[in-house]
Design a protein. Structure first.
Length: 329
């Protein structure tokens, strides 16, 4: 009887390709191609949007008879068109800053309450309600702001005028509360769910060992949050704030419904006046001729650049401060 070992048959390995010296399976290669193609497609779309806005903007600015950046007027339909973005830039930046100053501290407080203070029976329904608020259409917020918020802000405006009117920023002339401050309050309510939801999810990712170690050393609940939770979630809060700021900068229908626009820059935030890029485009685009549309597109290009700069600044802040990542927490 032959007990010799059977011959060894060498079977070829499955077909693979090599990326960076490592074998890659066909499925991984397909996924890599799809991912790379998606990233390239995004860059191409962004470049196409920027090129379109730039081309139409050059056509408008070349025919502008005034300084596009400093003119306090918008008359793109005259024989000698004169228009500028000074008022629009002021209104957009001021209303967005007011919204951020109000919304971010409140949103972070709500996120901390849901993630670290509220019992589970309350935290889950409250988080669900916060998520639902993010799905409310902007026109609904605008109608609520025009029909409820504006009529009920007179008392607050009078109080601010009595105690802070001497600053000039909060002086109030007893008119309708259709001002940039009202727009800022409405935008704060609109971006509150976005900032809260993202911050809450980041705070829930804090390693429990960090919190338990701080408690074992005798730290109070607030000290645990200050030393462990906030440093770990700082990058997430910055990202959430940038998402909220992006919506505040580009909000259209709610602002157009609440604001009483005029091409004036008032020192007081409580008096009617000002406007925003998105509101001006929405209100004038349908009745504008081709040149007027190019002028509005030029203002849209400025908003596009502002949004890119804000997001780029946020990325630089996170990249320069490695401790924001929470890796060292």
């Amino acid at each position: 009887m032959d007990y010799s070992a059977p011959p060894i048959v060498n079977t070829p390995p499955p077909a693979t390709s090599s990326v960076s010296g490592k074998a890659v399976r066909p499925g991984d290669r397909i996924f890599l191609g799809l991912s790379r193609g998606s990233g390239i497609a995004l860059l191409v779309i962004m470049a196409a949007i920027g090129a379109f806005l730039t081309y139409r903007s050059v056509l408008a600015i070349s025919g502008d008879k005034a300084n596009f950046f400093t003119t306090l007027d918008w008359n793109a339909a005259g024989l000698e068109p004169k228009f500028g973005i000074a008022v629009l830039a002021f209104g957009t930046v001021v209303s967005s800053v007011i919204a951020m100053l109000i919304a971010v501290p409140v949103a972070v407080g709500i996120a901390l309450f849901i993630s670290h203070y509220a019992p589970r029976r309350l935290a889950s329904p409250l988080g669900y309600v916060i998520d639902l608020l993010a799905a409310v259409p902007s026109i609904v917020y605008g109608l609520w702001g025009a029909l409820f918020l504006v009529p009920h802000l007179g008392g607050l405006y009078s109080w601010l005028n009595d105690y802070l009117g001497w600053t000039g920023i909060f002086s109030y002339g007893n008119g309708a509360a259709r001002s940039l401050f009202t727009v800022g309050i409405l935008l704060a309510i609109m971006i509150l769910p976005i900032v809260t939801s993202v911050s809450r999810e980041v705070f829930l990712q804090v390693p429990k060992m960090h919190e338990e170690a701080a408690l074992a050393l005798g730290a109070t609940r607030w000290e645990v949050i200050r030393m462990s939770v906030l440093p770990f979630g700082r990058s997430g809060v910055i990202s959430a704030s940038m998402l909220g700021l992006g919506r505040a900068l580009g909000e259209t229908m709610a602002v157009a419904t609440v604001l009483s626009p005029s091409f004036l820059i008032n020192a007081s935030l409580l008096d009617p006046g000002g406007g925003t890029f998105a509101q001006n485009i929405a209100s004038k685009f349908s009745e504008a001729d081709t040149f007027g549309q190019n002028a509005l597109i030029a203002s849209g290009l400025v908003l596009f650049v502002i949004t890119l700069l804000v997001n780029g600044a946020a990325r630089l802040i996170i990249a320069r401060r490695k401790e924001y990542s929470g890796a060292a927490a």
